[in-house]
Design a protein around this ligand. Structure first.
Ligand SMILES: *Cc1c(COP(=O)(O)O)cnc(C)c1O
Length: 399
């Protein structure tokens, strides 16, 4: 008998760890490594938010709070949804957890029975399938290829829905592809989901504020006929460069919100009181830097997409949001690197790129779609210029 539980043994170690680990080893050995794997903004948390945290400490906001969020933060979240998404919620429809990931984890733990199915469009964020597995559910992966802009084809969706489907997860702007669903895209998906009233929708909106060229963000809870089946997850990590503060939240059906509080009351209790106070300032204070930062991400995206498409064998879509691109490396399959190693998969490509050029990226298969790789451009323009030059010479060196 193993000391480790059956449910934990169903989970694979993160496929991105191999690359990260290798990068760390090479760095330790004194090699020049540029990491393009990071899933967080390189900017610092804005000063007004830091000051709010310092004030919270000085004011003695250092005790337990309400389990699923302080009244002040819930109120700020209600106002955010009203102001930015034209969505009405009451505070008993809001939950706050230790990061968006924690909220998703709680939602799955609160709702899944053994064998319940969760539709996960691929390429997907690496945590979705494993969270579903941990909660006893069954991830049902729906591939969305490059020809569809890595987005769900509503005509396909119908085929993935069964009587056991409990959730579908939507993520726009997407990690890892940067793909963004327009209002029209979402309305077409909604038409299919309207017919299946047993299916709940988890909308992961964490990159809402990282969009370009006037892209108009739209979220599925804005569709009135579906709203009561939608759990909208968001957080401060990406919009306000607050990944380390661990605050995420969701709005949705009271029944689910209450169940999540029950889980938190017997596990983490409340998220950090200080981070919650800082998040009130993040959501209600000045939003000026959001635009400045998005502009800076856009400049990097423009550079990276062009530089990638200038390389023979690489093809890259131009996404409207998030800080990732998801280029294809299919044109390089079958070639050999200068050590004579044959590149037969995206994993081979990524490993050889790291060993030969010191550039760390993540293979597409880690996100459920083979033949691609993910670049995070949440790093300085200097780093990006150096990195793209190296990727280009590496690809040229393949024969
Ligand atoms: C970063 C991220 C999250 C949540 O991050 P937290 O820091 O846990 O709030 C959720 N979904 C996606 C797709 C992400 O990239």
């Amino acid at each position: 008998m193993s000391i480790i539980s059956d449910s934990l043994r169903k989970i694979k170690p993160s496929p991105t760890i191999a690359v990260t680990q290798k990068a760390r080893e090479l760095k330790a050995a004194g090699k020049d490594v540029i990491g393009l794997g990071a899933g967080e903004p390189d900017f610092d948390t804005p000063d007004n938010i830091k000051q709010a945290a310092i004030k919270a400490i000085n004011d003695g906001d250092t005790k337990y709070t309400a389990v699923d969020g302080t009244p002040a933060l819930k109120k700020a979240i209600v106002e955010k949804f009203k102001k930015e998404n034209n969505l009405e919620y009451t505070t008993d429809q809001i939950t706050v957890g230790a990061g968006g990931k924690h909220v998703i984890y709680n939602a799955m733990m609160a709702t899944l029975n053994d064998g319940d199915e969760v539709i996960i469009p691929a390429p997907y964020w690496v945590s979705y399938p494993d969270i579903v597995l941990l909660a006893g559910g069954k991830p049902v992966v729906m591939e969305c290829d490059e020809k569809q802009g890595f987005k769900i084809n509503p005509l396909d969706l119908e085929k993935f829905i069964t009587p056991k489907t409990k959730w579908i997860i939507l993520n726009s702007p997407s990690n890892p592809t940067g793909a963004c669903y327009t209002e029209k895209d979402i309305r077409e998906i909604a038409k299919v989901l309207e017919k299946h009233s047993h299916v709940y929708i988890l909308s992961d909106d964490i990159y809402e504020h990282v969009t370009y060229e006037g892209f108009k963000f739209f979220t599925i809870a804005q569709i009135e006929s579906l709203k009561e089946r939608v759990l909208t997850m968001n957080g401060v990590s990406k919009a306000y460069s607050m990944t380390g503060w661990r605050i995420g939240y969701a709005a949705g059906p009271k029944e689910i919100i209450k169940a999540i509080a029950k889980i938190q009351s017997q596990s983490t209790t409340n998220p950090s009181s200080i981070s919650q106070a800082a998040s009130v300032e993040a959501l209600s204070g000045t939003q000026d830097f959001i635009k400045t930062r998005a502009d800076s991400f856009q400049e990097r995206r423009d550079f990276v997409v062009k530089a990638l498409n200038d390389i023979d064998g690489i093809d890259c879509l131009n996404p409207d949001g998030a800080f990732y691109v998801f280029p294809s490396c299919k044109g390089l399959m079958g070639k050999k690197d200068t050590n004579g190693k044959k590149i037969k998969s995206d994993t081979d490509f990524v490993q050889s790129l790291l060993e030969n050029s010191g550039i760390a990226v993540v293979q597409g298969s880690a996100f459920g779609l083979e033949g691609f790789f993910r670049i995070s451009y949440a790093t300085s323009m200097d780093n990006l210029k150096k990195a793209l030059e190296k990727i280009s010479s590496f690809c040229k060196s393949l024969s």
